[in-house]
Write a protein that binds this ligand. Sequence first.
Ligand SMILES: [Zn+2]
Length: 454
Amino acid sequence: MQRHPQRDGRNITVALIPFGVIGLFITSLLQAPAESEPFPLVSAHEIVADLPALPEIPVVESAQPPESEAEPELLPSLRQSTDWQFVEVSYGDTLSELFVELELDPADLARLLRSGEDAKTLNAMKEGYKLGFRLGDSGDLDEFRLIRSPLQELAFKRDGQEFGIESIRHTPRIETEIKGGTVYSSLLAAAERERVPPTQSMRMVDIFGGKIDFMLDTQPGDQFTIFYEQQFLEDEYVGEGDMLVARFVNRGKEHLAVRYETADGLTGYYSPDGNSMRTGMMRNPLDVFRISSHFNPKRLHPILNKVRPHEGTDYAAPTGTPVRATSDGNITRASRYGSYGNIVIVAHAGGFETRYAHLSRYADGMKPGVRVRQGDVIGYVGSTGSATGPHLHYEVLKDGVPRNPARANELLPSAPGIAAGEMDRFRSHTENLLAQFDTLNRELVRRSAGVSAD
Ligand SMILES: [Zn+2]
């Protein structure tokens, strides 16, 4: 196993150097012609010596896990060992700072940077990247790795004075997984209980978002099953793959969606008979994943229910919950409007209009004439206007007449389904998947029935 020393274990003296100084220093190196003599090695501590004394800055270590106290410091082992050693990039780190902190030769950084086009990535360190170092017998950097994800890395190997670069992509092994459960309070609580990866819960909500309002429609006894891919490298789990089949039984009605890539290369989700899951209007304008699973969306403040006349749907949600346009359209208003408080109004094709009221604030750039797409965030939940608690008041109008938002989709054209000429292809691509899902789902239902009988 490779060690992953904690950053906190490093010599903090180096971290106190004003970065501007290092920046200048590195910049001058980068401008040095490739054929110049190796830059004389100046260690970070010599730079420190030339600077006026800096005040002692207390280092807050509350986030540090207790066991890291016992870990040996990175620097001595990095100098002594010719094994691979790894550090994880923290927020705000730059490679030039890290090179100084690790007492690596800054001239080698310049050589890494000019090793090829892909090396530009070295200028954009991101939190969570891992860096690997291997020193040669002489103590100079021999190999360097930038590991962006378990599947993607850049490998640099010393070749004479310079470094060669290789971009490596690992192909994961794909395994399928099935998970299912019953909704008691909310879908999110059920998904958490069944340990569904959040990415896949979000996909399920997206897939059925035009059909089901996961805040208002779900009721105890609803069931979900999802069949999806996971990625592995050797035996290590490295990430989520595609959702293949999703099923949601809402109030006894089954919704089944299968992933399919059309002959034109467009991927979407369809019912087994080829109808698109996408509708002209999303059922729920809120980003339900920003709402804690412990938040009960159905528990409205009693006064909210007395607001008259009432032509829309109220969604109780914490202040600041993102509000999304439920359909493509143009903003016609984003300003204060009487008892609506801060409101965004969007005009859609076919004489439709949606209104989002009581917002705490608008999303950036919201003003009349701005085009928005379905799912774009347009504002944030609040309690401006006549509202006693934070909630979204949502209205759908057609030709100026309020309509029931839950039924609005029936008035709108749906996304096109599979064309008649492609149905054979669709069936042959999806029938195995659906059969596999069916078998596994039956087994899952049988197993969970067995558990509850205990
Ligand atoms: Zn309302």
